[in-house]
Write a protein that binds this ligand. Structure first.
Ligand code: FES
Ligand code: FES
Length: 158
């Protein structure tokens, strides 16, 4: 049995410990926001957030997350609303396929670097491939989210 928490809900699952976390999310839990792209850990479309880090769920067995908390795109608003709002405001997605993974990676990046430079963004997001080429809008949206998050932190400090 595997015990996991996904987006705040606890599950005990009778699945093979070797099953990639992506299949558990998509096929067992019907959380299809996390996308299957390359299946080889190179495109980033299957990224999920685990302990603040973006992780490739297509190449990670579910047993790695036993007794851990996973956040998928369906629950990312519970961790960070600002990134998704910036994505909407700047109309980042084109076809949208890569964007769940992009948002997860952006949240992880901003947790590590609250005021990232262009270079930080390019480096932090380099594992997420977008076939539609939305990279410049992604970069702008991360800057927008960073400034809004920093503003609200300053407001809280007043
Ligand atoms: S589907 Fe997992 S990295 Fe491409
Ligand atoms: S928006 Fe189409 S692949 Fe990124």
């Amino acid at each position: 049995m595997i015990n996991i928490t996904v987006n705040g809900e606890q599950y005990t699952l009778d699945v093979s410990p070797e099953m990639p976390a992506l299949w558990v999310l998509r096929d067992v839990l019907q959380l299809t926001g996390t996308k299957y792209g390359c299946g080889m850990g190179v495109c980033g479309s299957c990224s999920i957030l685990v302990e603040g880090k973006a992780v490739r769920s297509c190449v990670t067995p579910i047993s790695n997350f036993n007794n851990k908390e996973i956040i998928s795109i369906e629950g990312i608003y519970k961790v960070n609303k600002t990134v998704q709002k910036a994505w909407e405001e700047l109309n980042v997605p084109q076809c949208g396929f890569c964007q769940p993974g992009q948002v997860i990676s952006a949240v992880a990046l901003l947790q590590e670097k609250p005021s990232p430079s262009n270079e930080d963004i390019d480096k932090g997001m380099s594992g997420n491939i977008c076939r539609c080429g939305t990279y410049l809008r992604i970069r702008k949206a991360i800057h927008l989210a960073a400034s809004k998050m920093n503003e609200s932190e300053n407001d809280d400090a007043l």
